[in-house]
Design a protein around this ligand. Sequence first.
Ligand code: ATP
Ligand code: MG
Length: 554
Amino acid sequence: MESNNKNFITDIIDQDLENKTYQKIITRFPPEPNGYLHIGHAKSICLNFGIAEKYSGQFNLRFDDTNPIKEEIEYIEAIKRDVAWLGADWGNNLFFASDYFDQLYQFALILIKKGKAYVCDLSAEQIREYRGSLTEPGKNSPYRDRTVDENLELFEQMKKGNYPDGSKVLRAKIDMSSPNINMRDPVMYRILTEKHPRTGDKWCIYPTYDFTHGQSDSIERISHSLCDLQFEDHRPLYNWFIEQLEIFPSRQIEFARLNLTYTVLSKRKLRELVEKKYVNGWDDPRMPTISGLRRRGFTSSSINAFCKRIGVAKRDSVVDYALLEHSLREELNLTAPRVMAVLNPVKVIIDNYPQGKVEMMEAVNNPEDLNCGTREIPFSRELYIEREDFKQDPPRKYFRLSPGREVRLKHAYYITCQQVVKDPDSGQIVELICTYDPASKGGTTADNRKVKGTLHWVSVEHGVNAEIRVYNWLFKTAHPGKNTGNILDDVNENSLEILKNCKVEPSLSSSNRGERYQFLRKGYFCVDYDSSPDKLIFNKIVSLKDTWLKIKNK
Ligand code: ATP
Ligand code: MG
């Protein structure tokens, strides 16, 4: 995995190493297990892992599992799978914030004993009221001056489960008039009679994210704790805890989150799409989740290349989705075998080709990599071509098949359309009667005649049926939710098109799930997880046209 270019974060690390502030570079990826990872998380994973690798340091995977209500084991397993797939190897360094609950409880006792934390009986709503706003200072809680002994006793009773949920909290005693609202006596512990996926019923008080995150970094001796900008205002609080507790001082550095056009990168919003069934699960190929991109056919190397390309910055920006596709296309162009598939077939009969004859046509598997060799494709009298590759009344600059027009069939012969057969009731074209030039095998003729169109085809007798799923943007607008504030208003109802009557060349009958191909002239496709030899299913990954290059060169 590469993320080794220099950036403002590596500049800070270089300084820290030079000043001997830190000896060993340890980074972490700290997901909350409340959903599946998305491409934004990939940016953070590549960054953290890349830095640990660059400095021969250590990379930890730590679950920040402080909220027992929203978390599930399913998410933990999915996250591990995705991080591993991206190539970020955490070795033995898998941790859970919930493993630190005892230690965090001891930290809380230290703060109480120092007179730096107190039990508060205000309700959540009152706490919010007392907190003030950006323009108004907060007010002290009436419980702020409880004695150390009283606080120790009340906190003990909280832990024993002697108070109902929400009736008391433990708060840090900092400064209710601080210009930084995070410093206005933030909550450290709340009562929640809730089973935790990993600690079960052991606790009925749980530390807040703010009281957990920084200390977990310290416990793991994380040297550089890389967060998104939303945590910039929390840094003074994390540093305050570290100073009061006199524990290992991890350095937090903030960077801008990844935003992508035509999608949303927030577990909460993605969960809404799953729960309200706008998509078929977290790994729906339309989702920007790692599992969705994987199922669609994205490679982990192309996601890494993308993350490297976008780099890290301190200011928020929106990256064009086309850049993600460009990174994939660049790779697949070099690696994906070329095959022929007809998505929307119409039959061609080659009138002067002998009945029952079959010729094996040699085809290069990948013109970008001749080491991939060649294969043979059966050619016969009846073929399928793409319905859109024939037009009865061709517009100007239409070089494909039309009455009287000659075109090349890829890897085979030149054919000329002689007659169009239509269904008398519907008027739909059912067959195109053509003739072929037996001397044009392999695409050249005796008189060196040129044709402008080259079509892909599949033999009727030998072709294999397949279902092909074509995806469109999940959202109709580049910035979902921008106008109404509700992303659901911008969902594209036509984001999935299922083509059930496709014909693919016979070599694909032995294709395996997850394999990627270029269907000539049609784009890149991946064998879906649900595919089987009896029923082939492909996902369209991306088209062949690179819209990123167009945007870039504008
Ligand atoms: P979400 O809103 O999607 O739930 P989160 O920040 O709450 O995101 P976490 O599980 O807490 O999700 O994130 C784990 C790590 O991933 C954090 O360090 C966070 O900074 C980082 N991260 C999350 N989203 C992005 C993003 N879009 N770009 C870069 N890093 C991200
Ligand atoms: Mg979060």
